[in-house]
Design a protein around this ligand. Sequence first.
Ligand SMILES: *[C@@H]1O[C@H](CO)[C@@H](O)[C@H](O)[C@H]1NC(C)=O
Ligand SMILES: *[C@@H]1O[C@H](CO)[C@@H](O)[C@H](O)[C@H]1NC(C)=O
Length: 437
Amino acid sequence: MDTSLSFFIFCSLLLFAFSPSTAQTSFRPKALVLPVTKDVSTSLPQYITQLKQRTPLVPIKLTVDLGGGYLWVNCEENYVSSTSKPARCGSAQCSLFGLYGCSGEKICGRGPDNSVTGVGTYGDIHGDVISIQSTDGNNPGRAVSVPNFLFICGSNVVQEGLPNGVTGMAGFGRTKVSLPSQFASAFSLYRKFAICLSSSTGSDGVIFFGNSPYNLNMDVSKSLTYTPLLKNPVSTAVSSFLGEPSVEYFIGVKSIKVSGKTVPLNTTLLSIDSNGIGGTKISTVNPYTVMETTIYKAVTDAFVQSLGVRTIAHVAPFGTCYSVYDISFSRMGPDVPSIDLVLQNKNVVWSIIGANSMVRVNNDVICLGFVDAGSNPSSSLVGFVNGGSKPVTSITIGAHQLENNLLQFDLATSRLGFSSLFLEHTNCANFNFTSSV
Ligand SMILES: *[C@@H]1O[C@H](CO)[C@@H](O)[C@H](O)[C@H]1NC(C)=O
Ligand SMILES: *[C@@H]1O[C@H](CO)[C@@H](O)[C@H](O)[C@H]1NC(C)=O
């Protein structure tokens, strides 16, 4: 063979060997998309997503944990893959997890946390192939893969409490290894993601990674209102190392109004102190909004007074319930006073309308869907938050209150965009999941 030709082939091989596998095709996605299903098979609702992992690829189901630091998957059972690789102690992959431990075989590890049950153990860090669908914002497009997506190996014990068939949790929190971070760096996406939870178990909500459009019959990214995302200096997770900050998303609620009237509150509780106590965070694993006792009492008293309808015997975990026959309903849900979270100034307001504030517990009873943190100290509703030495957050906005709201987390500018889709005459189940390829 001609030497220049063989040199050319040699160079081409080199080029091929050293290019990251995401760049093997010229196709680079602008955004990615995942479905989210509301699952009510466990005692409290969970929101489940599905993606593909391993070689050969298999679909895996994961509980969505907005404030979780990383992906964890049960490796103790049915984990078969020719591409799974442990992360070696001291490697760059381990450091992406921040602080970590090292096992006997010199594999690094930490977590994994089940933030639904509050169980956290220790697991090895591995990397494996993850495949996910790209999107143009209108439909799912072709699948793209990340060759060495990092995750923590969970076990049967940690998996307990997740719905049947769900084998791990997908963390979207403020870390370098959360799903949004790993996808953004693998495909050079905008460091943004958006979550839209459906209220219906029959039709899926949607998660977008990367920039809009987010087409739910219309580009709903156009209707967002913005507020800064705040950091809590102290970890609020099940298992963490001393000195680590929280990786959850906090926002600055300054006051609360019911029917336009400010509720008297101890506002000290609304800010995060140097020990990490107080403030307001957003959670997809708490099914309902949890409030510190004095806030809970003040808000429910104001609500009961403003609605002016007789309350009936309450149904746990809720403290304020009504007969459905005493309440009228509209397209926006039960016709009840709006509960407004006032943010950085009086013009930036997250309004919780009837469809999000009220929960239908049976045919006859409807309850205000807020939970008193004080009277539920160890239940799985408030999880580990009040269970031990972790700092207590004053308000956790739970998943029921997020349904049919578009939430966009912009990690580059550290701000949250939010929009109630009821006001836009659409909902989170309106993404067209029919593939365009
Ligand atoms: C307000 O809350 C803070 C933090 O829990 C507490 O130290 C303070 O005593 C409270 N103030 C009043 C007036 O209750
Ligand atoms: C959903 O997308 C598919 C593929 O692009 C298209 O054929 C179909 O008409 C769309 N459905 C609706 C309801 O828009």
